[in-house]
Design a protein around this ligand. Sequence first.
Ligand code: FAD
Length: 359
Amino acid sequence: MIPRVLIVGAGLTGATTALLLQRELQQRVSIAIWETARGSGGRMNTNRSNSNPKASADLGAQYISCSPAYATLHAEFYDELLTNDILKPCSLTIEGLKEQEPGTKHYIAPSGINRIVKFYLQQSGVTVDHNRNLNTIDVEVHNDVESILAGYKSSDKKTPYDVVLLTQPVPKLFQLEGGIHSILTKNSDVLKKLQDVEYSSRYALGLYYPPGTKIDVEWTGKYTYDDPCIRWICIDDKKREQESNENGPTVVVHTSVPFGLKHLEDNKEGVQQLILQHLSTLLPNLPDPIEVKCQRWRYSQVYKGIEGSPGCLKLMESKSVLLLMAGDAFVHSNYDGCIESAKTSSQAIINFLKSNGKI
Ligand code: FAD
């Protein structure tokens, strides 16, 4: 029987791992992806306007910054995205950008940042099961052979897998039910490393305007450091291929982390109003939007990752099963961090399958 692999999360790490496994193993493995959201992308999120789905706004990751070392290490990944017009070099004006390592290049995603994830999923050929929220992990032993049983909310059925890769933000691991807790307790070093991970929190707003609206600023993106609420403002449609007068401009606002933490449990509508008030002080001539989307990023970027940036951690391994966890917390919180994590996880899965005679 061909080995069954479950990837939990259709964000950048999950999608890239699926692609690397499929490229190396082709039909020798069966891959499933469960994603709790109704779309793929995770924190590489592109929101669409309710009134005009062609108008979009990147509410999570904004652009990709590639250091000279990663330009060499991930040259194939960048070449593929550039050749397929998923990324293009950023020639837009960004004010207040902190000093970067010399030679760092910036890229934007002209069709929306979630196209990167969707492109990798498409290339992998794996279909994602959306609206499928993993809530249980157990281990079953049958005739001396173990399998990992994965269950999801709204179903009593549990499906057996040989390999399960978890890519959700680390604190979500502790919300799972079942035997996962005794697995972690037996592995106290790993548990401690996972418990030490910390994320920043922030809010993002996407503001949509009718076609023809003029947003009169000289920059595309701007970091602000004096406002207690707003850290980043972007005229998001300037990153898009379509002219803004066709779909209308879009503006993205990210709050500072202290603001995000202070208002984390507050009512979202109230927080939205507060952010809009700060925005009107910073940009008094900004017209009123026709639609506003508010995203609470409880787990935004990784503030304290796994010590030593190992790429992934094995939670349990035997001759029959492998349970591991990966994601940006295991390297660093950006495109290249996720690619490294996916490379390490896919290699760990392939080594496990080969050394146990499963492929
Ligand atoms: P995620 O994207 O979080 O993917 C995990 C997936 O798992 C999600 O889709 C989630 O819905 C799903 N999931 C969670 N729980 C379950 C469950 N129980 N069952 C099934 N599915 C589940 N990076 C950059 O490179 N450049 C930037 O400019 C940048 N800016 C950022 C700005 C913000 C506001 C944020 C939030 C992030 C930013 N990042 C940026 C970081 C980047 O977005 C992340 O590092 C990257 O997207 C993480 O990918 P991931 O696959 O590891 O995790």
